[in-house]
Design a protein around this ligand. Structure first.
Ligand code: 1CP
Length: 358
C-alpha cells in the first residue's frame, strides 16, 4: 500500500503539466490544445457519427473516453482534457440542450425570470452528470496504464459565460440580452450567478474525486464586460468557485481563463485566490502578461488557432515568439482559443515538434 502511494506521488511529480502548474519553469514546456478533440480529426468524426447527437457523445462514457484519448494518442500531448461541454452543467440542472447541425448549441426554453430560475435543480446536477464523471474515471485509468506522464484536466464553464448561454438560449451572438439583464435586474442576475457558482464548484469537486488532476474554468465571454461588471460577474464568482474547490481539494490545481480580459487579466490573476495558472487568449501579448502576472503563477497559451491552420514558417515564427516570452517562468503551451475544424492535423504535429525542441 505504502509503496503504491509513493509510486502515485512519484508519477504525479513526473507529469510535466502538474509540475508547471505547481510553479516550476519546466522546459521545454508542457503542451496541450483547447478543443484538441474535435471535428478536425477523422477519428473524432467517425465516433461522432456513431454517437448521433453531441449530447449523446458527451454522456456515453465509452465514446467520450475514446475521443478524449484520441489527440493524446495521435500527438503525444501532455494532457488529456475531458471530452464534454460547458453547457452540460445547465443541461444537468434541467435546461433542455441540443446541438442543431450547423447552428451550435440551443438551450430551450431560455432562463429569463424568477420562475425559470426556481425550476433549475442544482442539487440533482452532479447526479445527472454521472456519465461525465464515469468518463473521467475511465480516462484516468487508461492514462495511468498507457500514458503515465499525461495529466487529465477536468473543466467547467465559469458562471458568467454559462449564464450568457442560459439567458440567450443560444450562442453565436454578443449576448446583449444577458448583459442588459445584468444591469436591469442585478439581484436576479446575481441569483443566477450564485447558483451557478455553487453548482460549478460541486461539479468540479466531483470531477476531482473521479480522477481529474487539474481543473480549468472557461470564461469565454468575460471580455464583453467593462471593469465594474467584470469584477462583479467574472472575478467574484471565480473566486467563490476557487475557494470552494480549494477547501475540498487543495492539491488539485485550478486554471482560470477569462478570455479577452485584456489588462483586467492582472487583477483577475491577483484576486482569484488559489489559482495556479491563467490562460492567455489570442489577443494577449505574452510579454505583457509575463510582467503583469506573479512569477509563480503559470501562464497558458496563446498561439492563434488560425496560425495553426496556416502552418509552415508563419506558424513557427508565432510559436517561437511565445516561447521566447515565456522562457524561465512556469508555462503551458496552448492556443489562444480552441482548435478550429479546418485545421490540418499535420500542422498540429509540426507544432508539437517545434515546442518539444524548446
Ligand atoms: O462535434 C461537434 O460538432 C461539436 C463541436 C463541439 C465540441 C468538439 C462543441 C459544441 N463542444 C465541443 C467540446 C468542448 N467544448 C470541449 C472539449 C474538450 C476539448 O477542448 O477538446 C470543451 C473544453 C468545450 C468548452 C466550450 N464549449 C466553451 C469554452 C471554450 C471556448 O471554446 O470558448 C464554449 C464557449 C462552449 C460552447 C460551445 N459548444 C459547442 C460549440 C460550437 C460552442 C460555441 C457556441 C458559440 O458559438 O457560442
Amino acid at each position: 500500500m505504502e509503496s503504491d502511494r509513493e509510486a502515485s506521488r512519484a508519477a504525479a511529480r513526473a507529469k510535466p503539466l502538474l509540475r508547471a502548474l505547481a510553479g516550476e519553469a519546466v522546459w521545454p514546456p508542457p503542451l496541450w490544445l483547447m478543443r484538441q478533440a474535435g471535428r478536425y480529426l477523422p477519428e473524432y468524426r467517425a465516433v461522432r457519427a456513431q454517437a448521433g447527437d453531441f449530447v449523446a457523445l458527451c454522456t456515453t462514457p465509452d465514446l467520450a473516453a475514446e475521443v478524449t484519448l484520441q489527440p493524446v494518442r495521435r500527438f503525444g500531448m501532455d494532457a488529456a482534457i475531458l471530452f464534454s461541454d460547458i453547457l452540460i452543467l445547465p443541461w444537468a440542472m434541467g435546461q433542455p440542450l441540443r446541438f442543431a447541425e450547423g447552428e451550435g448549441p440551443v438551450l430551450d426554453p431560455p432562463v429569463r425570470d424568477a420562475a425559470a430560475l426556481a425550476a433549475l435543480d442544482t442539487r440533482a446536477a452532479v447526479a445527472r452528470a454521472a456519465p461525465v464523471l464515469e468518463t473521467v474515471r475511465r480516462v484516468r485509468a487508461r492514462l495511468e496504464a498507457e500514458a503515465p506522464g499525461v495529466a487529465l484536466i477536468g473543466f467547467a464553464g465559469a458562471p458568467f459565460t454559462v449564464a450568457c448561454y442560459m439567458v440567450e438560449g443560444r450562442g453565436g451572438g454578443d449576448f446583449a440580452r444577458a448583459r442588459e439583464l445584468a444591469y436591469r435586474d442585478p439581484a436576479w442576475f446575481g441569483r443566477l450567478i450564485r447558483l451557478l457558482a455553487e453548482a460549478t464548484a460541486d461539479y468540479l469537486i466531483a470531477q476531482a474525486e473521479a480522477g481529474a488532476e487539474a481543473l480549468m474554468l472557461f470564461d469565454s465571454w468575460a471580455g464583453l464586460l467593462p471593469p465594474s461588471q467584470f469584477r462583479r460577474w467574472v472575478i467574484e464568482p471565480a473566486a467563490a468557485v476557487a475557494r470552494a474547490v480549494r477547501r475540498r481539494h487543495p492539491e488539485v490545481p485550478l486554471i482560470g481563463f477569462p478570455r479577452l480580459a485584456g489588462p483586467m487579466l492582472a487583477e483577475y490573476a491577483q484576486r482569484v485566490a488559489g489559482l495556479r495558472a491563467v490562460g492567455m487568449d489570442t489577443a494577449m501579448d505574452p510579454r505583457w502578461a509575463a510582467q503583469a502576472v506573479a512569477a509563480d503563477l503559470a501562464l497558458q497559451g496563446n498561439l492563434d488557432p488560425l496560425a495553426l491552420v496556416a502552418g509552415g514558417a508563419a506558424m513557427e515564427a508565432e510559436a517561437r515568439a511565445i516561447l521566447a516570452a515565456m522562457r524561465g517562468r512556469p508555462f503551458v503551451f496552448n492556443l489562444g482559443h480552441g482548435v478550429v475544424p479546418q485545421t490540418p492535423p499535420e500542422h498540429v504535429a509540426q507544432l508539437v515538434r517545434l515546442v518539444r525542441a524548446g
